[in-house]
Write a protein that binds this ligand. Structure first.
Ligand code: MG
Ligand code: ZN
Length: 360
């Protein structure tokens, strides 16, 4: 009798256990070889929704089957800046606004790029701001203040970032400390290209391509398909590493349109970003080993789509604020391991999820 009772007890335990287990069990996943993290700076749901009627061709966001929401508050403010926002993703810890790759006590922390490098992968950034701006800097630098651009530029000598494409040559060639950083970088094995003409693809495993003195021109000022070409060039060079790569692509100026409360500026930048996402997804569909994550560091402008007259089914965009807001931002994921990105979580979980998938 005792035996039967024990049997029933264990059976019951097994059943409840199994029920709990199946509830928390993640779908089986294969490990991605490559990770492409795409950050639309200031790109909330209102920005994505408002640009949708204007996409030429395919709406890239509708191609994702896995969607999550990321909570963006920083360690010292409900509303994050781009430094704390990107650092949370890069190091997996909440930090203070203006921090770059350091925790809330200003201590440098191991980030995704370092982990990638330690595990034999290559790393890169392709952006439309300067490459020393807060979002890209948070992935390769550890600096107390996002405005110490010259220090951020010099930290590329740490070789955590193999390929960097964007603007910002003034922080390399015209420095207060009189260091000529391009020369130092070339001595340490980088090819450095300074060229503000149209983007010319190159073949090199380690290079820095600086295409403007500071941020890149706006789409409205003729930037063209710079980000598409830069991202493709980065992918082609990084994918020569058969162990894989991690690439961060940023639509940097979606945020700047928001700060200006300039809907046409924001919309043009988002259409450009949509084109780049489509290109990356096309590659990932062919490649099958690349996890693509598209998200934002925060929303900018408190954009509302308010009612027009009822016949036209159009909206009037209204910005409520010229700064960032604290609303959750969407996360879109495609490729091996994408399932882990569904749900609602802190921005720091993006670090945890990538780490777990990669086994770092
Ligand atoms: Mg940014
Ligand atoms: Zn901003």
């Amino acid at each position: 009798m005792k035996k039967i009772r024990a049997c029933i007890f264990y059976l019951a335990l097994l059943c409840t256990g199994a029920a709990n287990f199946s509830f928390t069990l993640l779908p089986s996943v294969t490990k991605p070889r490559n990770i492409i993290l795409m950050i639309g700076d200031g790109m909330g749901l209102a920005q994505i929704s408002s640009a949708m009627p204007f996409y030429n061709g395919v709406n890239a966001f509708e191609r994702f089957k896995v969607i999550g929401l990321s909570k963006t508050s920083s360690a010292d403010n409900y509303v994050t800046d781009s430094g704390a926002g990107a650092t949370a993703i890069s190091i997996g810890k909440k930090t203070y606004n203006n921090a770059i790759g350091v925790d809330k006590d200003s201590m440098p922390q191991t980030g995704l790029f370092e982990l990638a490098k330690l595990n034999g992968l290559s790393t890169g950034v392709a952006v439309t701001s300067s490459i020393v701006h807060a979002t890209p800097a948070s992935f390769y630098a550890h600096i107390k203040n996002r405005r110490w651009y010259e220090d951020i530029a010099a930290s590329l000598l740490n070789k955590q970032c193999d390929i960097a494409i964007g603007g910002g040559y003034q922080f390399f060639t015209n420095r207060k400390d009189k260091r000529y950083l391009t020369k130092e970088l070339e001595q340490s094995g980088y090819k450095v290209i300074i060229d503000s003409g149209s983007f010319k693809p190159i073949t090199n495993p380690r290079f820095i391509y600086l295409a403007a003195a500071d941020g890149m021109p706006r789409i409205q000022q003729g930037r063209g398909d710079f980000l598409q070409k830069a991202s493709l060039c980065a992918i082609e060079n990084l994918s020569k590493n058969k162990q894989g790569y991690m690439l961060m692509i940023e639509g940097s100026q979606i945020d700047w349109g928001g700060h200006e409360m300039n809907f046409d500026y924001m919309k043009a930048e988002l259409i450009d970003f949509n084109n780049v996402i489509n290109m990356v997804l096309d590659m990932a569909v062919r490649d099958k080993h690349t996890l693509v994550i598209v998200t934002a560091d925060h929303e900018t402008g408190g954009l509302a789509l308010t009612e027009d007259d009822k016949q036209r089914m159009q909206f009037i965009p209204k910005y409520t604020y010229h700064e960032h807001t604290g609303i959750m931002v969407p996360v879109f994921a495609y490729g091996p391991g994408a399932e882990s990105f569904g749900g609602i979580y802190e921005n720091t979980s993006l670090f945890d999820k990538i780490n777990q998938l990669m086994g770092w």
